[in-house]
Design a protein around this ligand. Structure first.
Ligand code: ADP
Ligand code: ASP
Ligand code: MG
Length: 451
């Protein structure tokens, strides 16, 4: 039995959390690879540093202080001394990267190589804590493990085949020797050695990539809630944990806003039918959520609802759309050349509407104008919209569900800006003004899930 166990920011974020995390790892009998995030707040801090440009020594002092004070509470004096030296050695490499970054106007590649520093410090700290408990462990960076990334900064994805080949050489032999590798989450290294992060929350995806890469029997995501819930508990306090989900349901929810899993987490484990568990570090004996390749056949129609903000809808008007079918695909190709992700598409006689992340809008408009000036009559942009994603494997086949969902939305006083139904077997997605999104989620939860 081989497991991958991923611990998020809160599970690394305090002496109490580290005590719980290390006990969970210690009591696990299976061979295991552990993946860690930065301590909570650290990635936000590093991202803010690029904007605010504080003096380099103050950045290093902040990080040294944060990690040392957590480690000190967990380690003997001698081991603390060793851990501090390792943290200092790592921080002196970071100093070089910060100075390189300050010497240029902007450089997203250098920035990614800085944003992942919290994960490096976490591996050093947790490895020492485990060794103190008598568990043989070794800190391993993503590049030393051989997680191969491709794509653009802050939006990388893993090359699964290349990573699989590398991890067979780097990680499996350690497991065979009874050593637990503690691996940095959040990023990989491309073929030229550039470090590329997988986007915010990317350690969930790293763990899934590693589970794929070592053919694990199970991938556990350890976080600060009891599992995948019927809604974000910060929006719906009555939200309950869902015991089981199909890969398709979890993938839709994660992609369309459920922050508990990075949008792409399900992809790698699903390819090899590796079960994924979401568990609570602060309630390790709780049931958690099991995500696997199996329809759940529960009576509920909507099993979970998520929302995603910071989106805009571009509407492209052209009378050619109806008689020039190739135009739609060319317009969509021009949109995706610059937009990171497209969240919904819908067409009518003479318009194409596309929901996109708001920060991508200026570049998309520019590209569309440059490439299709003669065919486009006008374009409009509606900002401040959110996508609502309702998921349930019975939903699409049950009569009258859409009517009930939209009458709930209308009772909330929200206008539906765009609908996408039928494309997915398990999800019904639509867009509403962002100021109504939380109320819509709460009302849908109340109507379909209760509480
Ligand atoms: P970690 O640091 O462990 O990766 P995150 O903060 O990234 O944790 O994700 C866990 C948080 O996701 C929860 O505390 C919860 O507020 C939020 N969340 C959003 N939607 C859901 C959901 N459907 N189920 C569970 N948690 C959710
Ligand atoms: N530390 C990174 C972030 O905050 C990655 C992660 O936590 O998964 O986005
Ligand atoms: Mg997370």
């Amino acid at each position: 039995m081989i497991k991958v166990m991923k611990f998020g920011g809160t599970s690394m974020g305090s002496i109490d959390a580290l005590d719980r995390t290390s006990s969970i790892i210690a009591r696990e009998q299976a061979k295991k690879a552990v993946v860690v995030s930065a301590m909570s707040g650290v990635t936000n801090y590093l991202i803010a540093c690029i904007r605010d440009r504080p003096e380099t020594p103050s950045v290093l002092d902040y990080l040294r202080d944060k990690y040392s004070s957590a480690a000190q509470g967990m380690l003997s004096e001698e081991r603390f001394e060793r851990c501090s030296q390792q943290l200092d050695a790592s921080l002196s490499i970071l100093r070089g990267r910060l100075e390189a970054r300050w010497s240029v106007e902007s450089d997203p590649v250098l920035e990614d190589a800085i944003f992942c520093w919290g994960e490096r410090l976490s591996t050093i700290m947790l490895t020492n804590i485990l060794e103190e408990k008598g568990i043989p462990a070794v800190a391993l960076s993503a590049e030393d493990a051989g997680i191969v990334a491709e794509g653009s900064p802050a939006n990388g994805s893993a090359d699964l085949a290349a990573t699989h080949a590398n991890l067979s050489r780097t990680v499996l032999p350690l497991l065979d020797k009874g050593i637990t590798p503690i691996i940095t989450g959040y990023y990989g290294s491309d073929r030229t050695g550039r470090l590329i992060t997988f986007g915010r929350g990317g350690s969930d995806y790293s763990g899934s990539v590693i589970a794929y890469g070592i053919d694990a029997d199970c991938y556990e995501v350890w976080t600060d809630v009891d599992g995948f819930m019927t809604a974000d508990p910060r929006i719906v306090p009555e939200a309950r944990t869902v015991d089981e989900m199909d890969y398709g349901e979890a993938a839709e929810l994660a992609y369309f806003g459920a922050k508990v899993l990075h949008p792409r987490t399900v992809e790698p484990v699903r390819k090899k039918s590796i079960p994924l568990m979401v568990k609570n570090t602060f309630n390790p004996d709780g049931h958690g959520t099991l995500v696997r390749n199996q329809k759940c056949n529960t009576p509920e129609i909507v099993r979970s609802v998520a929302s995603k903000g910071d989106l805009s809808i571009i509407k492209i008007y052209s009378s050619e759309i109806v008689y020039n079918p190739a135009l739609i695909s060319r317009l969509i190709a021009s949109v995706s050349e610059v937009a990171v992700n497209t969240y919904a598409i819908s067409t009518s006689l003479s318009t194409l509407a596309v929901a996109l992340p708001t920060p991508a809008i200026p570049r998309v408009l520019e590209n569309l104008k440059a490439l299709h000036e003669n065919q486009i009559e006008k374009m409009t942009v509606k900002d401040n919209v959110s996508l609502i994603c309702c998921v349930g494997d019975n939903m699409i086949n049950t009569f009258g569900v859409a009517a009930k969902v939209f009458s709930t939305v209308s009772a909330t006083g929200a206008n539906v800006e765009m609908i996408s139904e039928g494309a997915s077997d398990v999800a019904l997605n639509f867009m509403v003004p962002s100021e109504k999104a939380a109320d819509v989620v709460r009302n849908i939860h109340k109507t379909f899930i209760g509480g």
